[in-house]
Write a protein that binds this ligand. Structure first.
Ligand code: GLA
Length: 377
């Protein structure tokens, strides 16, 4: 099954924007391989907007890769990325133009899907700028591309990006999509909503919080690309602290969101790598049951989120939205376990066992930060 667990990879938009090129894609895939990201589950290298010739199609109506930035064409690039063990993703829009006003695929669904399949493309992000706002049209347009992708006979993971305005969680799976954005664009800020709709980490979390029943193997609520390690570069904002990035990663994992890195992997620093590449945290994301976390407790700025895991244990995220460090903790009656008795408590970021839960287990949660635990099993 495609997207049996939340898809993982990298997307060019956050840091590369309009300048995406075969060089950037090749170097990024090489860097991902060097960092051992494939073994950790990061699989898709996704080219976002602006990859094609801006002025239109060739005489047969086919999209053409930008000749300066993709001089060797997409087939050669797909072969190269596949040779490194990754899959290649591409981008289009369900209207005549993409968000950045490059050619879109409306009315060319079958032709474009067949072209991508002939190049060896494995993933399509399908945006919704310049398309009519009503839900019926969105369902029609996403379904048309879903059918066109299916008709190619190639396994192509289908990622819808209409930002959640038309409740895609209720219909995108039927339209053939494996993930659907539930947020506007996430920017590199902690707790801000921008005039144009850009969301910081906390407001984006709030958009996904109530959607747990729609996530599961084959279809996921997409909270948008990660800004972990973007450090204020690109168009995405002012930057966050590592503590804030850790909360961001924790909650995208807990809510079973796809994990598409948005930072420049070629220049990834040690602190960013520690957040994106922690195997115990990623194991929670890739848990085969694919259950999206729910909130079970809230005291002012402090919240407890729980995600049941396949082995009978639970992942627990304690988060602190407030501006000062706080004493918090977990309680045995926050959880239901099949067997009674003390439960092992493991700190997943520290990767160490820190005690046993009998009735209550206190922890300190840093301001704007998180403690992520595994309890039981
Ligand atoms: C929209 C999407 C972004 C990105 C840009 C590209 O804003 O939400 O994720 O794809 O378009 O123009």
């Amino acid at each position: 099954m495609l997207a049996a667990t939340p898809p993982m990879g990298w997307n060019s938009w956050n840091t590369i924007g309009h300048g995406v090129s075969e060089e950037v894609v090749r170097e990024t895939a090489e860097a991902m391989k060097r960092f051992g990201m494939r073994e950790l589950g990061y699989e898709y290298v996704v080219i976002d907007d602006c990859w094609s010739h801006k002025e239109g199609r060739d005489k047969n109506g086919n999209l053409i890769p930008d000749a300066e930035r993709f001089p060797n064409g997409m087939k050669a690039l797909a072969d190269y990325v596949h040779g490194l063990g990754f899959k290649l993703g591409i981008y289009s829009d369900a209207a005549e133009l993409t968000c950045a006003k490059w050619p879109g695929s409306y009315g060319h669904e079958e032709q474009d899907a067949a072209l991508w399949a002939s190049w060896g493309i494995d993933f399509l992000k399908y945006d919704y700028c310049h398309a009519p706002g009503d839900q019926t049209t969105a369902i029609e347009r996403y379904s048309a591309m879903g059918e066109a992708l299916r008709a190619t006979g190639r396994e192509i993971l289908y990622s819808a990006c209409e930002w959640g305005g038309r409740a895609p969680w209720t219909w995108a799976r039927n339209a053939g999509c494996h993930m659907w954005r539930v947020t506007g664009d996430v920017v590199d800020r902690f707790d801000t909503t921008l005039d144009w709709g850009g969301l910081g980490i906390l407001p984006a979390l709030d958009r996904a919080a109530h959607l747990h029943e729609y996530a599961g193997p084959g279809g996921w609520n997409d909270m948008d690309m990660l800004v972990v390690g973007c450090r204020g570069m690109g168009h995405t904002g002012t930057g966050c602290t590592d503590t804030e990035y850790r909360l961001h990663m924790t909650m995208w994992v807990m809510l079973a969101s796809p994990l598409m890195c948005g930072n420049d992997i070629r220049k990834m620093d040690t602190e960013t790598a520690a957040i994106l590449l922690n195997p115990e945290v990623l194991a929670v994301s890739q848990d085969p049951d694919g259950i999206q976390a729910e909130i079970v407790d809230k005291e002012g700025p402090l919240e407890t989120w729980v995600k049941p895991l396949v082995d009978g244990g639970v992942a627990v995220a304690l988060i602190n939205r407030g501006h000062s460090d706080a004493e918090y903790g977990i309680h045995a009656d926050d959880f239901i376990f099949e067997e009674e008795g003390p439960k092992l408590v493991r700190d997943l970021w520290a990767r160490s066992d820190i005690g046993e839960l009998v009735e209550a287990f206190p922890v300190e949660v840093p301001a704007h930060g998180t403690v992520m635990l595994k309890v039981g099993e």
